[in-house]
Every structure is written in structure tokens, then in C-alpha cells.
Ligand binder design. Structure first.
Ligand SMILES: *[C@@H]1O[C@H](CO)[C@@H](O)[C@H](O)[C@H]1NC(C)=O
Ligand SMILES: *[C@@H]1O[C@H](CO)[C@@H](O)[C@H](O)[C@H]1NC(C)=O
Length: 256
């Protein structure tokens, strides 16, 4: 596997020399899940535990010109233990991401912003953040905005002594709770037998207050592919499953 070799051959120093930034504020997807069936799949080139998760999973974008996928995710490749999701047109797919202190730490809490899902049947390595931000709800197979969520689902937390972590049932000795987003529906124009590529984009520009005032620009992304398989008929209403208790994640789409 090309990518496994890439990971093991490059030392952290080499990667820094290559211009990869290590960042302190960050987040990434852990996996995505078909709401109807509970089937899960992983982002491109993902493995865990990854001592260099910051490097491999994080794509900090400080301008619209930044490429939407980091250098480890430009090729549509998954590793053997972390395959792609298989899902059908019409399926709702939910994302689970790390909160990494953005909800647990009172310094950041309440400023975590929103996450966006952009989907395309025609992915390109040259696609930039600015490109996907022009994609709209009405966009077709070339590129569309398919979902919007809050970063903080009101329940996610990591182990810490903070009040927020304790209030969310984690505290010092608890287990990490990933944030669940409201995801997106695979558009019905997407054909079975094809690959649908989706970009999870986190807008963290409100870190210092409203971005219009601060002028701050800070986005992150994670790139994921889905193998589109024939549908199983009408989706059934299904109770939300969560590793560590029930979820009350709301769908911002329905509030808009
Ligand atoms: C708990 O949060 C503080 C910041 O509020 C951070 O400095 C510390 O590393 C965290 N501790 C753990 C165990 O994550
Ligand atoms: C980035 O691109 C989006 C989409 O075209 C646009 O709305 C936004 O104003 C741009 N931001 C900057 C700083 O150029």
C-alpha cells in the first residue's frame, strides 16, 4: 500500500520540513454512519490509534485557496482495517467527530461554530475550500452543500476535570464522547455503483467572536468516500444509537 509506506517512511521531522503544520486547535472525523442501519465507514487513509493524528487527520485551511484535502487524503484510498462506508441514495449519513477540548474546555466552549458537508461525484485533487464554499443546496453531482450542523452536539466531551465534562457524564475518569452531527442525505441523483466523495468542513472562524468583526479565518476539513450501493427501499425511522448514551443532536437544516 502506497500510503502505509508513506506513513512509515516519513519521520515527523521530514514531514515538518515538507511544510506540514502541527496545530494545537483541531478536530477530525472518527467515522461516518448510516442512520438507518448503523453501518459505519472511515475517512480516507485513516487508522487508529495514530500517534500522529494531528498530522494525518487535520487539515487547517487559512484561506479559500487552501486545498480541501490534506496531502494524506488527496487520493481516494482507504486502509484495510478502516474501509469506506457503503450506503444508498436517500440514506442519511451521520458524522462523528472529535471535540478535542472545544466543548470541554471553558476557554473554547460555546465558540466551536458549525460544520458543513459538501458532496461530489466528480472529486478533484485541485479542489479548494473556496470552490466547495460556492457549492449550494441546489448543486448537482458536480458539487452540492448537503448538510449543516453545530460542532457541539450538546453532549460530547473528553475526560477532564471541567464542569462541562462532568455535566456531560464524562469527568476525569470517563471515556471520550465523540460529537454526533446531523449528517446529510445521499442525493437521489447519485448512482449506485459509483463513489460519492464528501468533505466535512469545520468553520472555526468564530473563535475570537463573530468573524465579521475579528476577520479571523480558520477552517478544517476531512475527506471521505462512500461506495454507493443499490437502495433497500423506503428508509425506516430508527432510534439514534450512541456509544455512550442517548443523543439529542438537532438537525440545523430543519431550523433554517
Ligand atoms: C483538561 O483541560 C485543560 C484545559 O482546561 C487542559 O490543559 C488539560 O490538558 C486537560 N486535561 C486532560 C486530562 O485532558
Ligand atoms: C471565501 O469564499 C466564499 C465562497 O465564495 C466567500 O463567500 C467568502 O467571502 C470568501 N472569503 C474570503 C476571505 O475570501
Amino acid at each position: 500500500m502506497l500510503f502505509q509506506r508513506t506513513f512509515t517512511q516519513l519521520s515527523p521531522l521530514a514531514l515538518i520540513i515538507l511544510g506540514v503544520q502541527l496545530v494545537a486547535s483541531h478536530s477530525w472525523l472518527q467515522y461516518i454512519e448510516v442512520e438507518r442501519t448503523g453501518a459505519i465507514g472511515y475517512p480516507r487513509n485513516f487508522f487508529e490509534p495514530d500517534p500522529q493524528a494531528d498530522l494525518h487527520h487535520v487539515n487547517l485551511m487559512e484561506s479559500n485557496k487552501s486545498l480541501i484535502c490534506n496531502q494524506f487524503q488527496r487520493d481516494a484510498v482507504n486502509l484495510p482495517g478502516t474501509p469506506r462506508l457503503k450506503a444508498s441514495p436517500g440514506d442519511r449519513v451521520i458524522g462523528w467527530h472529535r471535540e478535542n477540548g472545544h466543548t470541554t474546555d471553558p476557554v473554547y466552549s460555546g465558540k466551536a461554530g458549525k460544520t458543513y458537508w459538501y458532496g461530489t461525484s466528480q472529486p478533484s485533487k485541485q479542489t479548494t475550500l473556496g470552490d466547495v464554499r460556492t457549492w449550494t443546496r441546489d448543486g448537482g453531482p458536480k458539487g452540492a452543500l448537503v448538510g449543516i450542523s453545530k460542532f457541539d452536539d450538546g453532549e460530547c466531551a473528553e475526560p477532564n476535570h471541567t464542569k462541562i465534562s462532568k455535566d456531560r457524564g464524562v469527568g476525569v475518569y470517563g471515556k471520550n464522547k465523540n460529537c454526533r452531527d446531523s449528517g446529510f442525505v445521499i442525493p437521489t441523483y447519485v448512482k449506485a455503483g459509483t463513489t460519492y466523495s464528501v468533505y466535512w468542513v469545520w468553520d472555526y472562524s468564530e473563535k475570537y467572536g463573530p468573524a465579521v468583526d475579528s476577520g479571523h479565518f480558520e477552517f478544517y476539513s476531512h475527506c471521505v468516500d462512500i461506495d454507493v450501493i443499490p437502495g433497500m427501499g423506503e428508509p425506516k425511522v430508527r432510534t439514534v444509537r450512541r456509544f455512550n448514551g442517548p443523543s439529542r443532536a438537532r438537525d440545523l437544516d430543519s431550523e433554517a
